[in-house]
Design a protein around this ligand. Structure first.
Ligand SMILES: NC(=O)c1ccc[n+]([C@@H]2O[C@H](COP(=O)([O-])OP(=O)(O)OC[C@H]3O[C@@H](n4cnc5c(N)ncnc54)[C@H](OP(=O)(O)O)[C@@H]3O)[C@@H](O)[C@H]2O)c1
Length: 262
């Protein structure tokens, strides 16, 4: 894979991708908004793994910043062999009367940036006959939990279509569809998940290890853990009216709070 470019590398799954890829001796390009955290991580990776670690500060809700990242992906010097489109956030607000700017920013980070960066990456990978794109979707792609589900459904479907188009090129596309993972995701959105039982939670190191194994074998959809593969099978086959009443982060958080209060 050579060099891997990871968006959202300062926390959670992205941070874990950076560590596991660097430990496997891949050079990394680290993308996120928090420059201090990016620089600190880059130094740690250089020191611990002896790899080249580039920092590319970018707010992926800003078009000019996305274009700078796309430019790096198109570069033929130290070409990027693995793109991990990971940056994302919960949109914890009702759509009706919610802040439209927040909705647009979430759309730009989780949909538009994935589109633009995938386009740039495959343009450089296909002529070389090798490379991989890993797009982080979610099990929420199969639910109907507001715009977040819609964004993740787009990522999953887009990646499946891209994988078909890439067949025979030596380049692969994989959609990662995790369930709930312990990261900064829920705290950042002020979602109180404290009442949920530990069994529903995945750990970032397991999720990332499973995802990278799936990328290596060219899987189109990666759903880490047996329990979330069972949940996904249920969500894919259950009647949609039933699916629509389950699965919203607010509903899940409220169920957790009720459980904690008992
Ligand atoms: N945690 C879960 O339960 C879960 C489940 C399924 C799917 N996912 C998906 O997994 C991915 C990673 O989430 P996580 O759980 O690791 O969350 P996290 O710990 O909150 O990390 C999110 C990362 O995205 C970056 N980011 C956020 N907004 C950005 C922007 N505008 N521009 C550039 N980078 C931005 C953040 O960095 P800066 O703040 O430094 O910019 C951070 O590095 C997301 O796509 C999420 O939807 C998470």
């Amino acid at each position: 894979m050579g060099t891997a470019l990871i968006t959202g590398a300062t926390a959670g799954l992205g941070l874990e991708f950076a560590w596991q890829l660097a430990t496997a001796r891949h050079d990394v390009v680290l993308v996120a908004r928090d420059e201090e955290r990016l620089e600190r991580l880059a130094s740690q990776l250089r020191a611990a793994a002896g790899v080249r670690a580039e920092v590319l500060r970018a707010d992926l809700s800003v078009r000019a910043d996305v274009d700078r990242v796309a430019e790096r992906l198109r570069a033929t010097e130290r070409p990027v062999g693995l793109l991990v489109n990971n940056a994302g956030m919960a949109v914890h607000q009702p759509f009706v009367g919610g802040d439209l700017e927040r909705e647009e920013a979430a759309f730009d980070v989780m949909v538009r940036a994935v589109l633009v960066l995938s386009h740039a990456a495959v343009a450089q990978m296909v002529p070389r006959g090798r490379g991989a794109v890993l797009n982080v979707a979610s099990v929420a792609a199969l639910t109907a939990s507001g715009t977040y589900s819609a964004h993740k459904a787009w990522v999953r479907t887009f990646t499946e279509g891209l994988a078909v188009e890439l067949r025979g090129t030596g380049v692969t596309a994989t959609a990662l569809c995790p369930g709930l993972v312990h990261t900064e995701f829920h705290d950042r959105a002020e979602l109180d998940m404290s009442g949920l039982p530990e069994v529903v939670w995945l750990h970032a190191d397991d999720v990332v290890a499973a995802a990278l194994a799936d990328v290596r074998r060219g899987a189109v959809v990666s759903t880490p853990s047996v329990r979330y593969r069972v949940a996904s099978a249920f969500l894919r086959t259950a009647p949609r009216p039933l699916v629509r009443v389950a699965g919203s982060p607010r509903r899940i958080a409220a169920a957790g709070r009720r459980r904690a209060a008992r």
